[in-house]
Design a protein around this ligand. Sequence first.
Ligand SMILES: NC(=O)c1ccc[n+]([C@@H]2O[C@H](COP(=O)([O-])OP(=O)(O)OC[C@H]3O[C@@H](n4cnc5c(N)ncnc54)[C@H](O)[C@@H]3O)[C@@H](O)[C@H]2O)c1
Length: 357
Amino acid sequence: MKSVSVAIAGCGTIAMMKHLPALKNNNAKVVALFDKNTKAAASAMKAFGSQDTVIYDDYDSMLKDERIEAVYVLTPNYLHASMTIQALEANKHVFCEKPMATNYEDAKLMIEAKNNSGKLLTIGYQYRQNLDSIYLKKECQEDVFGDIYYAKARAVRRRRIPTWGSFFNKEVQGGGVLIDVGTHALDLTLYMMDNYEPAYCVGTTYNAFSDAKQQANEWGNWDDKTCDVEDAAFAFLVMKNGATVILESSWVLNVCDTCETQTLVAGTKGGGDTFDGLRINGIKHNTQYIIRPDVSKTRDKPFLPNFTEDDRECEVFLKAVCGEGELCVTAEQAATVTRILEAIYISAETKQPYYFK
Ligand SMILES: NC(=O)c1ccc[n+]([C@@H]2O[C@H](COP(=O)([O-])OP(=O)(O)OC[C@H]3O[C@@H](n4cnc5c(N)ncnc54)[C@H](O)[C@@H]3O)[C@@H](O)[C@H]2O)c1
């Protein structure tokens, strides 16, 4: 694969922790950086810049840089749609962080801009690229499980409220834990099911802990006066083919079994989950079995142990930019995730089931 020239818009945590290291590991050229906070852009320059990297003061000027083939939109959620559309209109491919947008209308406008530009658009659902997910997806694709009619999407923390950035700000984020991490679990589960046709859902959201006095939070005490988003959200989702998806998401919930993003799928022939490492279950020789594939022993190149899910996600995108492969996360799939999240919020607000048209 040739070295792709990219620009970073938003040089904060996810740029520094995920994308810039992954771009380096995939031999990409970071030719442009932009952040409204000049210190953040300067830090990215120091850690990952080269003599070819330019720091821009404004987004419009950066998008005129003809060297840029792809723009990484890594800003807070409310900016994803406008910055992605602008980059597509400037004839750049776009990698936008999750969630795709704060609402479905914006996600549809992003798809329209993508289609008009003929450029690529993908969204940062990197859990699809961990080794358990890759194996589980192959089982689904090879019809090992038969028709999948039950699934569970889990992103459940006990006391892990993020206490930095704008996580508590509904206008900036579009919501709380559901749009923050519930989105990953739902994306992973729909991807395994390969089912993007929702029929109806019932959602509930809770802001149960914003004024808790004993916080015991892993990331320090949160400010109880500034939280206007949910800290837990649950949903019962029925797909058009009758399949059921249960979604559980929380930053703070009084449970013992916690996880960042897990999935379970169960079909007419077998099932699989990532609840306790990867487990596959089925029936053979009239006997029930459970196997635990040891994905760490996989030997294909993308499975090298030091090549992380972030690196694989980056590789898939850059190869697609070079015309050497397909995107893994399509804009249409990510828009459906956004559509369902929005429906869960509406159902919780109205205390009614939400029916998709
Ligand atoms: N895939 C994942 O697992 C994952 C994990 C964390 C964050 N994210 C996503 O990444 C995005 C950024 O999150 P983060 O944790 O890096 O946040 P952050 O606050 O650390 O970084 C955001 C950066 O954007 C900059 N910014 C804000 N407004 C801007 C503007 N108008 N123009 C230019 N720059 C602007 C800020 O100065 C900051 O440096 C969010 O959408 C979040 O959902 C994804």
